[in-house]
Design a protein around this ligand. Structure first.
Ligand code: LLP
Length: 410
């Protein structure tokens, strides 16, 4: 579809999501899973991008969903997502959130720590239910990715330490209102190295054997294994890509058991490359011999990933897509902060105010991490499917910014 027309019709900044690509990628994951683990399950990590439309789109594909807060759970339920296909994660779920999950019939709660193990047992007991759970373990893996998105190492706020997991399993098995069905781990995000998945699977298998040995008196078997998400996407045209098939094949090499109920939780892979953000170019500042800044009408408010993780994005000028690249520029946002940058040093056609800049691979962790810093209203989101555009989240208005402000009422 014509990005310039979309920008004209819906305004900028604008999140544009290729909904057909999201469905294709969900199916590719399901196909890879079915090939190696016919009883496996693909779970979408909703933190990557979530709204009613996203929930409804994914519900139709048959993937399950992972939520990490009462808020994500609320949206999933409101969108009609079947509760038994919801997995509830998080390192500090409140008693209220746990109660909400158990009451609504959430299929699996992924218990992160000792405190949660006893709170959830009490909550489920109080509601007269037996809640299915996994235990999350930090397998002691260093994924080769940005330190802020590594989660599998021993020094992590997430999950039981390896040395505690056998005891925790024993406690879970003895908990009257809990049913321990499996283990979970997630080693990090934006992972291109297949060895990381292979080694994680190996380590988790060792942990499972140890647990089953220790819990033999309870004739206990772990039925399910959830290895989390993390499959990388391409941000730059030259970035290496790994397919879902290669990811699941790497796991299968470590765990060649087609009966295993394997779960994986891709977030970024399903939605990242399906997203493009459109901006309108405004002011610029050239510092001879230093740098040329060109500012757009969004920034760290709609995409904080550059400031947070040093993320590198690629872009084209939508209304000059075939024009020769004539200058090296850096794309700045409009927030009052020097770190508010979207791209450093990109070769583009000469930019003028009014041009439409399209930044690629913004589908994951952009909309979901957007803020109202400087009280910028958050952008709208448009779905593209079969050559048609549909507005699925409207642009925030200035009035929206005052919705919860009790001091100003007109
Ligand atoms: N499962 C669990 C338990 C997770 O914590 C995550 C991501 C995923 C699955 C999905 O991972 P993915 O397939 O999307 O890599 N805001 C950061 C990413 C944080 C990821 C947090 N957990 C970023 O923008 O890069």
């Amino acid at each position: 579809m014509d990005a310039v027309e979309l920008a004209e019709q819906y305004g900028t900044p604008l999140y544009v999501l290729n909904a057909d690509m999201v469905v294709e990628r969900a199916r590719a994951f399901q196909k890879a899973m079915a090939k190696y683990y016919p009883q496996g399950e693909v779970i979408y990590a909703s933190k990557a991008l979530f709204s009613g439309a996203v929930a409804k789109l994914l519900k139709e594909t048959g993937v399950s969903i992972d939520v990490v807060s009462g808020g994500e759970l609320f949206v999933a339920l409101k969108a009609g997502f079947p509760p038994e296909r919801i997995f509830f994660h998080g390192n500090n779920k409140t008693p209220q959130e746990l109660e909400m999950a158990v009451k609504n019939g959430v299929g699996t709660v992924v218990v992160d720590n000792w405190h949660e193990l006893s709170v959830l047992n009490e909550v489920a007991g109080g509601l007269g239910k037996k809640q299915k759970i996994y235990l999350r373990v930090a397998p002691g893996i260093h994924a080769n990715t940005h330190v802020h998105i590594q989660t599998g190492q021993e020094d992590s706020k997430f999950g039981f330490s390896k040395k505690d997991i056998v005891e925790a399993s024993k406690k879970a098995v003895q908990s009257e209102s809990l049913r321990l069905a499996g283990l979970h781990c997630h080693i990090g995000s934006q992972i291109t190295n297949l060895d990381s998945f292979y080694h994680t699977a190996k380590i988790m298998n060792e942990i499972i054997s140890e647990i089953e040995k220790e819990l033999e008196p309870y004739s206990f078997k772990l039925e399910e294994l959830d290895l989390g998400g993390g499959l990388a996407i391409a941000y730059q045209p030259e970035d290496p890509v790994v397919s879902p098939d290669e990811m699941i094949a790497a796991i299968y090499r470590a765990l060649p058991n087609p009966e295993l109920k394997l779960k994986v939780e891709p977030g970024r892979y399903l939605v990242g490359e399906a997203g493009v953000t459109l901006y309108t170019v405004g002011s610029s500042k050239e510092i001879p011999g230093v740098r040329k800044y060109v500012a757009v009408d969004g920034g760290m408010t709609d995409n904080p990933r550059v400031a947070l993780y040093d993320a590198k994005y690629h872009a084209v000028v939508a209304n000059k897509a075939n024009a020769p690249k004539e200058e090296k520029v850096s794309i700045a946002g409009k927030c009052c902060e020097s770190g508010d940058m979207l791209i450093y040093d990109i070769d583009l056609p000469r930019l003028e105010a009014g041009d439409i800049l399209a930044i690629f691979s913004t589908g994951a962790y952009n909309y979901s991490m957007a803020s109202n810093y400087n009280l910028l209203p958050r952008p709208a989101m448009v779905f593209i499917s079969s050559g048609k555009a549909e507005l699925v989240v409207r642009r925030e208005t200035y009035e929206d910014l005052l919705l919860r402000d009790l001091a100003i009422r007109e």
